[in-house]
Design a protein around this ligand. Structure first.
Ligand code: 1PR
Length: 535
């Protein structure tokens, strides 16, 4: 391959950059990995997808001599694209575990979003941009949304305004992209922003095409509500990995054979949902609690193949915990998660293990730093860690009957009960635990979860709508984003959950698998109801 078709990638090994690699390959380029500072200086175009924490990244860049090479490269106005932390590192310093000094090329400091004004942190999801100058690479963006996931941001000021090419509003107006000459950086993730993201990368990689179009009239908007397609995956009795779907978590057919319900092939369905406009795709390996996921190579294959063609965020859950295999080899939950990230996941989701961690934390009041939740969020950032809750509604006569947070329910229980609490379960709903969804949600937020995937066993597969009482309870209790799940049966159920609760996203499985309501129909309905969505 000629140098014309090569992209130099600066991956200092702190996290998952597979998505960026996949997007570059998809656009017809080969990747050369930076091994030495000279590789930076000799690059014909350099992409720097910063991942992990600011301080750690600067340490590595300084120790390897890459910080100096990066500054020299950028000062010579060589083609550069920084992504996310790759934008932040260009500034003077960051408050993240700091202050920590940055590369100092752009005036300004990077600070944390303020969650006290009602905006959930991390900022996760799709926003439109306010384009402030001709940025070249953003020419196709216009009013379309791009995908953000971050807790820290740089702010525009008089000192850096010559750099700023677009801003975004999320509580604060922050810098969404910068451009000076051939130097570009974006706070959002083009590699996870669907079509529009690929076009941004294409314009960076093929700069000649930048001349063809006037810059779009971008206008900042509210954060879009996300629609997520979920694939529950497990091996069927023949050993093939299939997408399945339960009724209240029971995935077996109502026949004598009781075979595992088979709704299709995971890679194909995920690609279809991406093309249909899903804002994210989640895989839950529902038997991960008993089958070791690293023994489950097909799941890793599914992620690898899916991430080659799906350019929106991918979440995977199931079986993330410490494990000793049949040969006595011990794996930490962090190793399991790392393998998922390496295979193409952008976020991992923890179910059962987060319940045990929360119980322990509530009992002792001590954060040990050793739970899977804490370890994975420390290494990959809390925006990469979802906690999946599988609660079951338990009706009670009096709120004082139980030690858990109860709510007054909208629909009374079978014996006229007016109250309920939501009991957490583990092992795919098989075992109830002495902790409520409310207590769990607050505890895991403190332990480092970046998002909550809130299922409801009672509603799962019923098609009667989300459990509004539950979603309201949890989305009001925490300041991280909450994904409402279980029970969607019609487009109206999505507008209902967004209108009545503070959910940031709504997830469904059955209606999409059975092709009852296409994702596009859900989006159009939400738009008609005045709810911001990515179209
Ligand atoms: O405990 O860390 O190994 O994680 C296991 C994961 O697998 C958890 O996230 C848990 O929610 C999930 N899981 C376990 N058993 C089942 C099951 O169905 N038997 N599926 C299961 C959870 C629930 C939703 C479903 C929505 C929407 N599935 O993800 O997709 O309820 O469905 P609907 O739109 O059809 O109503 P660990």
């Amino acid at each position: 391959s000629t140098s014309d078709s090569v992209v130099t990638l600066l991956d200092y090994g702190a996290g998952n950059v597979r998505s960026v690699r996949n997007a570059i390959k998809h656009l017809g380029f080969d990747i050369k990995d930076v091994q030495t500072p000279e590789d930076i200086l000799n690059a014909s175009r350099l992409i720097f997808p910063g991942v992990g924490a600011f301080g750690n990244a600067m340490d590595v860049l300084n120790k390897t001599g890459m910080a100096e090479a990066l500054c020299a490269y950028i000062e010579k106005d060589r083609p550069f694209l920084g992504i996310c932390l790759g934008l932040q590192l260009l500034f003077e310093s960051s408050e993240e575990n700091g202050p920590v000094k940055g590369l100092g090329l752009i005036p300004g400091t990077v600070g944390r979003f303020d969650s006290s004004n009602g905006f959930r942190v991390p900022h996760i999801g799709w926003n439109a941009l306010h384009i402030t100058k001709d940025s070249g690479i953003l020419d196709d963006v216009g009013k379309r949304h791009v995908y953000f996931v971050h807790s820290y941001r740089a702010m525009p000021s008089d000192n850096n305004k010559e750099w700023v090419s677009s801003t975004c509003n999320y509580g604060d107006t922050f810098i969404a992209s910068i451009r000076r000459g051939n130097v570009h950086a974006v706070q959002f993730h083009p590699e996870k922003s669907g079509d529009v993201g690929l076009s941004i990368l294409r314009r960076f990689l093929y700069p000649k095409s930048q001349m063809t179009k006037k810059p779009g009239e971008g206008k900042a908007s509210k954060l879009a509500q996300r629609v997520i397609a979920c694939l529950d995956v497990r091996a069927n009795d023949k050993g093939d990995l299939v997408v399945t779907k339960g009724d209240q978590y029971d995935v077996r057919e109502n026949t004598n054979e009781k075979e595992v319900r088979n709704l299709g092939k995971p890679v194909e369905l995920a690609s279809q949902y991406y093309l249909d406009g899903a804002d994210e795709v989640s895989f839950l390996n529902i038997t991960g609690f008993r089958d070791f996921p690293l023994g489950d190579l097909p799941m890793l294959q599914v992620l690898k193949y899916t991430s080659e063609n799906v350019f929106v965020p991918l979440t995977v859950g199931g079986g993330i915990r410490d494990f000793t295999d049949a040969n006595g080899r011990h794996y930490t939950s962090l190793e399991v998660a790392s393998e998922y990230f390496r295979s193409g996941a952008d976020k991992i989701s923890i179910g059962s293990d987060a319940v045990y961690a929360a119980e322990e934390y509530l009992r002792t009041g001590v954060k040990t730093g050793k739970t899977s939740l804490e370890q994975i969020s420390r290494v990959y950032g809390n925006q990469a860690v979802v906690v999946s809750i599988d609660p079951r509604r338990v009706y009670v006569k009096n709120p004082t009957d139980v030690q858990f947070k109860t709510i007054r329910v909208s629909n009374r229980g079978p014996n006229g009960e007016e109250y309920a609490w939501y009991q957490c379960t583990v092992n795919g709903g098989r075992e109830g635990r002495p902790i409520g969804a409310y207590e769990l949600a607050k505890a895991v937020e403190e332990l480092g979860a970046g998002e909550i995937l809130l299922n409801c066993i009672d509603c799962d597969g019923q098609g009667k709508g989300f459990d509004i009482d539950l979603v309201k309870l949890i989305s009001d209790a925490v300041s991280i984003p909450v994904i409402a799940s279980s029970g969607a049966g019609a487009a109206e159920h999505f507008s209902e959950v967004f209108a009545k609760t503070n959910a940031s996203a709504a997830l469904a499985a059955g209606i999409f698998h059975r092709k009852e309501v296409p994702i596009q129909t859900v989006k159009e309905h939400l738009l008609k109801e005045g709810i911001e969505v990515r179209i």
